[in-house]
Design a protein around this ligand. Sequence first.
Ligand SMILES: [Zn+2]
Length: 274
Amino acid sequence: MTQIFLNEAVKREIDKVSEAAQYLWQREWAERNGGNISVDVTEIFGELPPSLDSFPHCKLSMVGDDQFPKESAGHIFFVKGTGERIRELDQPQLAGCILRIDDDAQGYHILWGGRDLPDYAPTSEFISHVEIIMQKQQAGSADRCVVHTHPIELIALSHHPKYAHDEELYTHVCWQMIPEVRAFVPRGIGIVPYCMPGSKTMADGTKEKLAKHDVAIWEKHGAVATGVDALTAFDFIDVANKGAKLFLMCLASGYEPEGVSKQAMHELKETFGL
Ligand SMILES: [Zn+2]
């Protein structure tokens, strides 16, 4: 089996994935094979071999109807494998792989990693991740990583009948708990109404929400965020979840929190140019 040697820059990005993956596991946000992470490493990957013929190849038409976006042709990603555990991303060559999307965006070569080749495949959310990253790049964003995970308190709040269907209110109750949530999740939280995991409705809804917000909540399921790397994407979800956790803790203690006032939050916005 042919495998490629990784340069230091790519190894550093994968190290960040491994680090973020352990945080997700420690927070109980990544049971079994729940959640996934993808990073676009195209710009730092360096030289490719003259021919990729000796690397394992998969054509998407063989495995389903979904297709990569055309503009993703030639892009190189590190991605968690389908069915693989987030907690095992401390061995990224087993739980993940690096793949290159073909020039016609109809398939990919696996260049590195991939536990059970030739049966290994990237997460079923991968096409959706590629679409999200391509949209970010087209909008001029430096974001190269997508993280999907199951943050407990953000999910619990997405079950609350009063907040689950009003993303402005959902965002507000998280923002109001400590100034950092307002400061470090400045574009707020969008909510994708419950739908079938892996569906086009979910993929399109996530893209729409992440165009305007720092975190997309999948109602009664989980959260998605992007960042320049895995740690930054993790931070958005982690900070947002702190707001949800504090809010639910107050409700569980039997009182509605007073919250940082709207005036004080406005001052934060003005001061930090949020
Ligand atoms: Zn999930």
